[in-house]
Design a protein around this ligand. Structure first.
Ligand code: C2E
Ligand code: MG
Ligand code: MG
Length: 560
C-alpha cells in the first residue's frame, strides 16, 4: 500500500476522532447545561460556531493533509528507489570499470615488459640496457666511480645453430643467460642485445681492473659444459670491456666495448680485451680499405706472385701457387692476410677471386706453352669459401679453363681447412661437381682447422698441404715429427699427395723426406716471385734437371 492511501486513511480516522471526542466531552461537560450533544453545548456555551464546523470537518481536513503528506512520502520513496537503483548501477559499472582497469594495468605492464625485455632469455633488451646505461652515466657524474660496459659474444655460435638447429641454439642462449645471471650484482644490468651478443652494465666500478675481473668470472662460468639433454656443450666467450664517465655517450661506450670484443674474438675463445683508442683508428682504417677495395680491380691494382712447388727428392719445380698482392696507390704492397677477410666480408672476394682464377690460368698457360716438352706445370689457386658458395663459381672455373686452353688436370683449387666445417650434402655435391670438370682439390693449412678424418674420406680431395706450424717443429723432433709422420701416413692411406708448406731450413727438408713427404713449398726453395722472376727460376730448374738427368738417367720426378 502506498503512503498516500495509508496516510489519507490514517488522517481520516484521526480526524473522525475529533467530533467523537467533542460529543463525549459534551456528554460529560454538557451535563451542567442540560445538553448531551456538542452542537447544543457549543451554542449554549457560546463556543464559536466555526469551531463546531471545524470539528465536523476535521476528518475530511486531516484526510486531505494525510493524502498530501502520503503523496509527498510516495514521491520521496520513488526518488530514493530511483537513486538506489542508479547507485546500484553505478556500483556495478564501477566494479566493471575497476576490473577493466586491473586488466589494462596488467596489459600495460606486460607490454612494458615486452618492450624492454628479450622474450627468449627474459633479460633486458637493448632499449632497457641503453636507458639504464644513460642513468648510470648521469649518476657517475656526482660520484667517484665509473661505468663499465662488457660486450660478450659466444664463440662459434653459428656452428651450434647450423649443426644442432635453431631450437637447440635458442636453448643454449637461454642456458647461457641463466649462467650469466647468477654472477651479476643486482645493481648491474645483464642484457641480450642481439643473436648471441650479450652485454653487462656495471653500474659502479672503481677501476678497469674490476670490470676485467667480472669478465674473467663470466668466462670461467662457461668453462663447465652446458647440459643440453644428453649432450654436453662447451661454449667459449669473447669479452670486450669499455669504461666511461658522465661525459661518455652510451652508444660510444657500447661501440667501443664491441670493438674490444671483436679483437678478443680474433684471438680465440675465452679472451678479454679492454678498449683502446687505437682500436677505433684500426676500424676506420679497415672501413677505408674496404672502400678502396671496391675500385681496386677496375684500376688493376692487384697482381699475382707465384711460389714454386717442388718435388722434394729432385727439388724440381712441378707447379706453383698463385698468391695475390695488392699494390695500393698510397699504402704500397698490401699482403693478402690484410684484405682477403675484408674482401670476404664485403663480398668483393667474388669478382676478385674470379680475376685471380683467370689471371693464374692465363699465366700458367704461357709457361706451359713455352715448355712444350716438359711435364705440364700445375697451378694452384686459393679459393675462399664465400667465392666457392657463390652461384656461378663452377661456370667461372669452366670459363677459365676454356678461355686459357689449359687442361683441367693442371688446375688445383685450394680450400683452407677451417672453411670445411660445413659437412653438408650441398658442399659434397659442389666438390663432386668441381671434380667432374677434371680439376683437383687441395686442403690448405691442414692441421689448423677442425677437419675430422671423416671429411678426408667423404670429400674428394687430392692433395693435403701440411700447415707451416707443423713443419716449423719437425727439425726439433718431438710431437711435431709425430704429427707430421701421422699426416703423411694418413695421406698415403687415403691416396692423397702430401705437400709440406713453409719449409725454410735444410734440416726440415731432410726430416720431411725421411718421413716420406713428396712435395714441398717454402722460402728454402723460393719466396713468391713475380712472373719474370718465376720464368728465370723455371729456366734454372730445367737446366739443373738436364744436368741431373745426364748424371742419373733413371731419376724420376714425381708428378704433382
Ligand atoms: P697460404 O695459401 O697458406 O699461402 C702460403 C703463405 O705462406 C703465403 O703467404 C706464402 O708467401 C707464405 N709462405 C710460403 N713459404 C713460406 C715460408 O717458408 N716461410 C714463411 N714465413 N711463409 C711462407 P701470403 O702470400 O702472405 O698469403 C697468406 C695467405 O693469404 C695464404 O695462405 C692464403 O690463405 C691467402 N691468400 C693468398 N693469396 C690468395 C688468393 O689469391 N686468394 C685467396 N682466397 N686467398 C689468398
Ligand atoms: Mg694456399
Ligand atoms: Mg697454406
Amino acid at each position: 500500500m502506498t503512503a498516500r492511501i495509508t496516510y489519507t486513511l490514517g488522517a481520516f480516522i484521526v480526524g473522525a476522532c475529533f467530533p467523537l471526542c467533542a460529543l463525549i466531552f459534551a456528554r460529560f461537560a454538557g451535563g451542567a447545561l442540560g445538553t448531551t450533544d456538542f452542537e447544543t453545548y457549543a451554542t449554549q456555551a457560546h463556543i464559536a460556531q466555526p469551531l463546531y464546523y471545524l470539528l465536523d470537518a476535521a476528518p475530511l481536513l486531516l484526510a486531505l493533509v494525510g493524502f498530501f503528506t502520503g503523496n509527498k512520502q510516495d514521491r520521496t520513496s520513488r526518488v530514493a528507489v530511483t537513486l538506489r537503483r542508479e547507485v546500484g548501477e553505478k556500483d556495478e559499472t564501477l566494479a566493471r570499470v575497476g576490473g577493466d582497469l586491473e586488466a589494462r594495468k596488467r596489459l600495460e605492464m606486460q607490454l612494458a615488459h615486452q618492450a624492454f625485455h628479450d622474450p627468449l632469455t627474459h633479460l633486458a633488451n637493448r632499449a632497457l640496457f641503453t636507458n639504464r646505461a644513460e642513468h648510470a652515466l648521469l649518476r657517475s657524474g656526482n660520484r667517484k666511480h665509473e661505468v663499465a660496459v662488457l660486450m660478450l659474444d659466444l664463440y662459434d655460435f653459428t656452428t651450434i645453430n647450423d649443426t644442432l638447429g635453431h631450437a637447440q641454439g635458442d636453448m643454449v642462449l637461454a642456458l647461457v643467460a641463466q649462467r650469466f645471471s647468477r654472477l651479476v650484482r643486482p645493481s648491474d644490468t645483464l642484457a641480450r642485445l642481439a643473436g648471441d651478443e650479450f652485454a653487462v652494465l656495471l653500474d659502479r666500478v672503481v677501476s678497469v681492473q674490476e670490470a676485467v675481473e667480472m669478465a674473467q668470472k663470466l668466462i670461467d662460468a662457461m668453462a663447465t659444459p652446458l647440459k643440453l639433454g644428453e649432450r654436453q656443450i662447451r661454449i667459449g666467450i669473447s669479452v670486450g670491456v669499455a669504461v666511461g664517465r658522465a661525459d661518455s655517450r652510451v652508444d660510444t661506450l657500447v661501440r667501443d666495448a664491441g670493438l674490444a670484443m671483436k679483437e678478443a674474438k680474433a684471438r680465440g675463445a675465452d679472451c678479454v680485451r679492454v678498449f683502446r683508442p687505437e682500436m677505433h683508428a684500426a676500424l676506420l682504417e679497415r672501413v677505408k680499405l674496404g672502400a678502396d677495395l671496391q675500385g681496386a680491380i677496375e684500376q688493376q691494382q692487384f697482381y699475382l706472385a707465384f711460389q714454386p712447388i717442388v718435388d722434394l727428392a729432385s727439388q724440381r719445380v712441378v707447379g706453383m701457387e698463385a698468391l695475390v698482392r695488392w699494390k695500393h696507390p698510397k699504402r704500397g704492397i698490401v699482403p693478402p692476410l690484410e684484405f682477403i677477410k675484408l674482401a670476404e666480408d664485403t663480398n668483393a672476394i667474388v669478382p676478385l677471386g674470379s680475376w685471380i682464377l683467370h689471371a693464374a690460368c692465363r699465366q700458367i698457360a704461357v709457361w706451359q706453352r713455352s715448355r712444350p716438352f716438359e711435364t705440364p706445370l700445375t697451378i694452384t689457386v686459393n679459393v675462399s669459401p664465400v667465392q666457392l658458395h657463390h652461384r656461378g663459381f663452377i661456370d667461372d672455373v669452366r670459363a677459365a679453363l676454356a678461355t686459357t686452353g689449359i687442361s683441367a688436370s693442371s688446375l688445383i683449387l685450394e680450400i683452407t681447412e677451417s672453411a670445411l666445417v660445413d659437412d653438408t650434402p650441398e658442399n659434397l655435391a659442389l666438390f663432386v661437381e668441381l671434380k667432374t670438370l677434371g680439376i683437383r682439390l687441395a686442403i690448405d693449412d691442414f692441421g689448423t682447422g677442425y677437419s675430422s678424418l671423416s671429411y678426408l674420406q667423404r670429400f674428394p680431395f687430392d692433395i693435403l698441404k701440411i700447415d707451416k706450424s707443423f713443419v716449423d717443429g719437425v727439425a726439433r723432433g718431438g710431437t711435431d715429427v709425430a704429427f707430421a709422420r701421422t699426416i703423411i701416413a694418413l695421406g698415403g692411406m687415403l691416396n692423397l699427395r702430401v705437400l709440406a708448406e713453409g719449409i725454410e731450413e735444410a734440416k726440415q727438408l731432410t726430416t720431411l723426406k725421411e718421413l716420406g713427404c713428396q712435395f714441398g713449398q717454402g722460402y728454402l726453395f723460393s719466396k713468391p716471385l713475380d712472373p719474370p722472376g718465376m720464368t728465370a727460376l723455371l729456366d734454372k730448374s730445367a737446366a739443373a734437371a738436364k744436368v741431373s738427368a745426364a748424371a742419373t738417367p733413371l731419376a724420376r720426378v714425381a708428378a704433382f
